[in-house]
Design a protein around this ligand. Sequence first.
Ligand code: SAM
Ligand code: SF4
Length: 328
Amino acid sequence: MTQLIDTFGRVHNNLRISVTDRCNLRCVYCMPEDVTFLDKSALLTFEEMAAFVRAVAPLGIDKVRLTGGEPLLRRDLHKLVRLIVGTPGIRDVGLTTNGLLLAQQADALFAAGLRRLNVSLDTLDEGRFRELSRRDGLDLVLAGLDAAKRAGFTRIKLNAVAIRGFIEHDAVPLARYCREHGFELRFIEYMPIGADSWEREKVFFAHELLDLLEREVAPLAPAADYDPTAPAMDFEYADGGRVGVIASVSRPFCRNCNRLRLTADGKLRNCLFALDETDVKGLLRAGTLDEAKLAEVVRANVWAKWEGHEINTAKFVKPLRTMHRIGG
Ligand code: SAM
Ligand code: SF4
């Protein structure tokens, strides 16, 4: 048996690699304003990340997403993309970015073989952009999206965090903007993984978003490829175009989770909310890589995965790492 399987029978084929904990924004739901970043020497090198991917591809990992922190802050990220795209067994490589540096890098990323691109954008209003991200940069994100289209990316997804008090104002303008530009909008329910105090009341739920869009934008129906077990529930507007909701709080997808995470400092996490992690940097830095040992460590980490995050119960414990240090 080569597959990465846990005690609940979940098969893991999806790896998210955080390439840095640094960011050029300070989103309130993700990280504190005053933050100490990892020393550069603590970060895995591209070669170490690529070696990890080569070692886990034979275990069934065929999907990789690069994230962070802000991945485009890592110099020459396209070189890592090229290494991963060229790894036998990897069929799908994606990137999640805040888009600020995308205009400069879209061509190189596309040329390196990247095809899946998610850009995080919560609002089209400059004031709320500043309030949520504690920085300016909306114009850069919009320029980045234009550049990505010109570079050849199709099916670009926009991710917006659904926080009550904000998204009610932004969901409809974002939906209209995405329909106009051919982007696929995805809302993610606000999760307790940032530095701020989270309360369930602050989550704007998926069903409320769908009601709002149906009322203000266009009627919606489940997409032809609607998969109730996938993290995102995808819908189609009656007059064309798609929109998705990731109901991580109101409808957790733990039962079907197939994700494994590698942090920028080389820790393996079997859940976004995991309280334990396994170091793999030691193995990756030990001269000749012992792939059999690494496979054993990865297998054990996946095997130890718990049933789910329990956000909705009194048992929930928030991890010490905040989102930017895990990799969203
Ligand atoms: N910096 C990049 C970006 O913002 O796209 C990549 C890393 S970011 C941590 C990845 C995703 O996590 C983003 O779409 C962000 O909106 C989302 N995210 C961060 N904190 C979140 C939270 N508390 N709840 C839900 N989504 C969150
Ligand atoms: Fe940075 Fe992304 Fe976190 Fe915002 S969500 S602070 S852009 S890592």
